[in-house]
Each structure stands twice: as C-alpha cells, then as structure tokens.
Ligand binder design. Structure first.
Ligand SMILES: [Zn+2]
Length: 417
C-alpha cells in the first residue's frame, strides 16, 4: 500500500538544516539550524516540499507546534530479555557497577535472561519497547548484540535483531557488540580468537554493519580495542566503542587511530584527548541517561560542542544502566547536564546520529526527497527540555505512514485514507 499524501499545515516552527545535503553538522554550527514557521507536504513516503498541499489525503493542523525530523536513537541494546530493577535498588543505595558485576549481576544476568527466553519472548519485549520509542518520536534506531556471551548466543542475538527489524515500523541498524563482557569459559585471548571468527561470519551474512567493544576495567582493554579495529577494517565494518564510562583509560586516541566511526559514553574523557576527537570525523556519542541513573561523571558535552565535535546523544536503552527509551527525556537531560541549547540537542538526536548509522542521505533532517520521518510536537522545540518528563510528541510519521497520533491530539488530523 502506498503511503498517503500528507500536508502538515501552519506549524510555528519547522526544523531544517541551513542547506540541503549536509551529511552531519559539527555542534558549533547548531545555531545555523532554521526554525521558521511553515508547512510540509509528504508524498509516496518522501518529503515533497515545504508548502501546504490542499489536495493531500491527510491534512494536519500544526498551529502552535514544532515539526522536526524523527529521532535517530543510534545506541540501544535492543533486543534484550527482562529487566534488572533489583540491581537499581542496590545501586542507588551505594553498590558500584564493579561490585554488582563481581556479584554475578550486570551484563551476565542479562545474558542468562536472554539465554532462558524463547525467541518469541525476546521479540515481544523488544517490539513493545520499539512501540514505546515510536510514541516518543524515534523513527530509526540501532540494535546491538552483546548479551549472547557465547558464539551461538551472539549469532542468535544478531538473528533476533534482524527479526526485530522486520517486525517494527522503524528502520533499524545492527551492531555486533562481540566484546561486551568476558564469557566464563574463556580468557581474553581465547575470546578474541572467537570474535575474529564471528566477525568473518557476520561480514559474510551481512547481519551487522558495525563492530563494537566495551573497554572498561570490568571488560576489555585498549589492546582488544585495537584488535577490534583491525577486524573492522579487514571486513569492512564501522568500528564503535564503549569508552571512558567509569574510568579514564585513554581509549579515545586508540579508537581514533583505528578510524572509529563513534566513541560512546565519554563521561571520563581525558581533557587532553578532547581536541583531537572534536576535530576528527568520529562521532562523540554521549549517553546522559546512563550518566544520570548511574550517578556517573558528566561528559564534557559543552566543551565538545564548542570545539566542533560531531556530537550525538542516545538512550543507551538497556536493562542495566539505562532502562530509558525516550529521546525527549534524553534531550532534557543533555540540555541540563551539558549546558546545551535545544538546537544543539536536536542536532545531536537527528542528523548526526543518522550520519553515524550511515543513513543521513535518507533521514535525519527535513529535506525535499528524504524519507518522510517526521515528528510533530505539541509546542515549541524549547519545550522538549523545559517540560522535562512530559512527552511532547503529538504525532509521528515514519516512512510516510502516520503511525501515531496522541489520543488528545486526534482532532488535529482530518481527511481520508
Ligand atoms: Zn551501550
């Protein structure tokens, strides 16, 4: 069924880049984003132009509203099984991440939960979360393996991610987080030998577009990061890395040397490593939900933006450190914690993560010819952060389909399909 023609009329703000065709924007240019009043017409699943279309099948009254591109959540750990609310109890009363991990909690408990859940159960939970993400404006998201903790488990996780892609409205991108925590039966070198074999298989099956590694005291180190970078180069994957979350390991220079597409977390980034990251073509992915719930250090978001980094924010949706799927909440946290403007946060939640996932040629900004991934907010863009905890998403169009209209907002939509 072809997507309907849609006209979004009389919006108070339409968020657009300063020019078409930008693959990303460095954060020190965020003020150049435009927020003029206007309209938007959508046809055949694509953005058709920036004028109202009287003949469109659906007419949407967006008076007083902002129209923005759908959010791109480029760092999630979907699909996973179950939750870890009991650990959160321990954490808020004083246990550290390392203590929880050493007590058999953390990633390993999610690995057991995944192992014990049926495929259908995993997909059902992930689909529910994808729906929740959609209602919060996310039209593209990333999936990761990493809770497999065995060769079979990791391959199953990637297969489940592919199945999830087929069963949700959003577009997804798959990352193979093959070095997340060390499985019990292996030493580091033994597991990295398995990782090398898996990387070759994943490349052959094309079941992921990026390799990822968790560099931390309880996980892997810079030597394995370098090895992962070599595997990425060898097989044509993007390299991503979880770095500098709880400790300063000086992983960023290694990641940059290996040509990483992104470095994620950065709460403990060494200030000496910031200028090179900011100048590089490597996204600085900040995860303020994990920082907040984990009482982590605050990543140097303001400094990265001022230095012109390709800044990105994401939910890090996972059952341990960040059980959050709402990008509006993440924007609210980023604005407050990093001292960012609404435009800096929005750029970091749309075009830049789309570039990171290699889809900014088709989504991530409102431009003629791009996919119609459009979110209508119930107020100005500044309200996303200001009305913290309120879901400002009134309607969501994903791939040209009107996939969500909030109950109290239905009278704004008229016309027939
Ligand atoms: Zn993560």
């Amino acid at each position: 069924m072809a997507a309907p023609s849609i006209s979004i009329n009389s919006a108070a703000q339409v968020l657009r880049p300063p020019q078409d065709g930008l693959p990303y924007m460095r954060a020190n240019r965020a003020a150049e984003l435009r927020t003029d009043a206007g309209a938007l017409s959508l046809t055949g699943g694509l953005i058709d132009g920036f004028e109202a279309a009287a003949g469109a099948q659906l007419q949407i009254d967006a008076e007083g509203c902002a129209v923005i591109p759908g959010f791109v959540d480029c760092h999630t750990h979907l699909p996973f099984a179950g939750w870890r609310a009991d650990e959160y109890n321990l954490k808020v009363t004083g246990a550290s991440y390392e203590q929880i991990a050493q007590a058999g909690g953390g990633i390993k408990s999610s690995a057991i939960a995944l192992d014990q859940a049926s495929d259908d159960e995993v997909i059902e939970q992930a689909q529910g979360l994808a729906d929740e993400m959609l209602r919060h404006g996310t039209t593209t998201f990333e999936t990761k393996s990493g809770y497999g903790m065995s060769v079979e488990g990791e391959m199953r996780a990637l297969a489940l991610a592919a199945r999830l892609d087929q069963s949700v409205a959003q577009q997804t991108a798959s990352t193979a987080l093959l070095a997340h925590a060390l499985p019990a039966d292996y030493d580091v070198d033994g597991w990295m030998a398995e990782v090398a074999l898996m990387a070759a298989q994943v490349a052959h099956e094309r079941s992921a577009s990026a390799l990822d590694i968790y560099v931390e005291s309880v996980a892997f180190d810079n030597e394995q990061l370098r090895k992962m970078g070599e595997l990425a180069k060898q097989h044509g994957f993007d390299l991503r890395a979880h770095v500098e979350q709880f400790n300063t390991n000086r992983s960023v220079p290694v990641a940059l040397e290996m040509g990483a597409r992104s470095v994620d977390h950065l709460a403990c980034l060494d200030p000496d490593d910031l200028p090179a990251l900011a100048e590089s073509e490597c996204a600085a992915v900040l995860l303020p939900g994990a920082e907040f719930l984990g009482k982590e250090e605050v990543a140097p978001g303001r400094e990265l933006a001022d230095a012109g980094a390709i800044t990105v924010i994401a939910t890090d949706a996972n059952p341990g450190t960040s059980p959050i799927v709402s990008m509006p909440l993440i924007i609210g946290l980023a604005v407050r914690r990093y001292g960012w403007t609404a435009l800096e946060a929005l750029l970091s939640a749309t075009l830049n993560p789309a570039w990171l996932l290699r889809c900014s040629d088709v989504t991530g900004s409102l431009e003629t010819g791009k996919r119609a991934d459009v979110v209508i907010l119930d107020g100005p863009i500044e309200n996303i952060a200001y009305r913290f905890g309120h879901n400002p998403v009134a309607a969501v169009i994903c791939g040209g389909e009107l996939v969500h209209v909030r109950e109290d907002w239905k009278e704004h939509v008229s016309g027939e399909l």
